[in-house]
Design a protein around this ligand. Structure first.
Ligand code: G3H
Length: 255
């Protein structure tokens, strides 16, 4: 708190909270684009918020990405969370192993002494293969668990950056740009009004589950993500945002 006052970050937190109608905003000093240390601090702050939000028996659905990975790697529990579950929020999205939601869920569970389930859905499934996989009792069971998660934790990315990282074909990327996609979160692409313009075909959390979840926590920082953060906040289902100073100021420019 003393550091926050020094940097004037409590005012910035209030401003962002009010601008986007959030319940809670945490801003760490600096810019994740410029410094790995800031990104690590962002992850640590995200982990703290998650720990404070957890009650015994909660199922937590987590997304992937490098920010989520930072969070998982530093997560610490006060005591073993044997009654908690960590599950990946969505199936394969084309991320490298370190950044996959499955990896993040298992890492968090290990660090928390909690349980986890994996969702093994390959990337780029055909509709037919998808329907077949969804019939598998194992997959069904995990998907039901994911869809009933009380807490959802996710990163936010710039739309084109994420589309490229996940190797979407050029034609799809052009379409995204044409449709005004600015942000990606939960495998969905959003425009500046917070409207969904594209979704990745995979199993797991759907938009109505995100709306139904009791607590949705977004963790994202870096000036380059400011506009993307604003557009996901406009989607309007996050309760908590954990960000950095540079992203917070940039997001406010796009209200
Ligand atoms: O959905 C957004 C991405 O998972 C964010 O990834 O944290 O590596 O930028 P990142």
């Amino acid at each position: 708190p003393i550091v926050k006052e020094l940097f004037g970050l409590s005012d910035l937190e209030d401003e962002v909270r009010e601008a986007f109608g959030l319940k809670r905003v945490i801003v760490v000093p600096g810019d994740s684009d410029e410094s790995d240390h800031v990104k690590a601090e962002l992850g640590r702050a995200g982990g703290r918020v998650l720990r404070e939000s957890l009650s015994s028996g909660d199922v937590v659905a987590v997304m992937g990405g490098s920010t989520m990975a930072q969070m998982a790697k530093q997560f610490s529990a006060l005591s073993q969370m044997k009654e908690n579950w960590f599950v990946p929020a969505r199936g394969g999205l084309g991320e490298s192993v370190d950044y996959q939601a499955n990896t993040i869920a298992s890492e968090l569970a290990k660090r928390a002494g909690a349980r986890y389930r994996m969702l093994h859905v390959p990337d780029h499934l055909s509709e037919e293969a998808y329907q077949t996989i969804m019939q598998e009792p194992n997959v069904r069971e995990v998907v039901d668990m994911i869809r009933g998660a009380r807490i959802v934790v996710h990163g936010i990315g710039d739309a084109v950056t994420m589309a490229r990282r996940r190797k979407l074909v050029d034609g799809t990327i052009d379409e995204l740009v044409k449709d005004g996609a600015l942000a990606e979160a939960f495998g969905y692409y959003f425009d500046r009004h917070g409207r969904v313009v594209h979704r990745m075909a995979t199993a797991g959390l759907r938009l109505d589950d995100i709306e139904a979840a009791e607590m949705v926590i977004g963790i994202a920082g870096g000036k380059s993500k400011g506009e993307a953060i604003a557009s996901v906040m406009r989607f309007g289902h996050d309760d908590v945002l954990v960000t950095d100073e540079a992203a917070a100021r940039e997001a406010l420019r796009h209200i």
